[in-house]
Design a protein around this ligand. Sequence first.
Ligand SMILES: Cc1cc2nc3c(=O)[nH]c(=O)nc-3n(C[C@H](O)[C@H](O)[C@H](O)COP(=O)(O)O)c2cc1C
Length: 184
Amino acid sequence: MSNIAVVYHSGYGHTQRVAQAVAEGAQAQLIAIDAEGNLPEGAWETLAAADGIIFGTPTYMGGPSWQFKKFADASSKAWFTRAWQDKVFGGFTNSASFNGDKQVTLIYLQTLASQHGGIWASLGLPPANTKAATRNDINNLGGSVGALVQSPSDASAAEIPQGDLDTAKLYGKRVADIAAKLRG
Ligand SMILES: Cc1cc2nc3c(=O)[nH]c(=O)nc-3n(C[C@H](O)[C@H](O)[C@H](O)COP(=O)(O)O)c2cc1C
């Protein structure tokens, strides 16, 4: 059993639902970045104590939300002290379009983890990309770096495709399992 924290921002609730799925898979603690880009009381300590950290943000204008970026910049304090060195990291993003430039966001999250000296966990799931594939399948969006989720622009958080949520949950479990193995 490992100790994982999922730290995420969500402007309108879609990414929050994804974060809950990831946290369920990882048996993780959820930390919400608020609308001002700040963390709740005690969250930096929780992150410092975690074996693994999973980042989550919607893709806004081809990158992370500014609130997530504010958190990332504030993490430079942890960077200075190498507080997150050798932790396991993962990341997920959610956006309205199938592509929507989500990959740019994931690469940003991977880079942030690498700046901190982290060990990045890939998605580790094959794509469902045959003619028979549906949005209920695991990894129908065909990601590899982290978990991708598509919420149609007119869909509520309750209408996120089940396959993407299941993918997010499996990814959370993968990050937790890797962290447990590394902890020994
Ligand atoms: C300011 C803004 C920028 C957005 N930019 C993109 C984008 O670059 N690509 C995309 O596919 N969707 C984009 N969207 C759609 C959001 O990613 C989508 O609505 C997502 O589900 C929002 O997640 P949230 O409810 O957690 O905030 C954008 C939405 C907003 C509000």
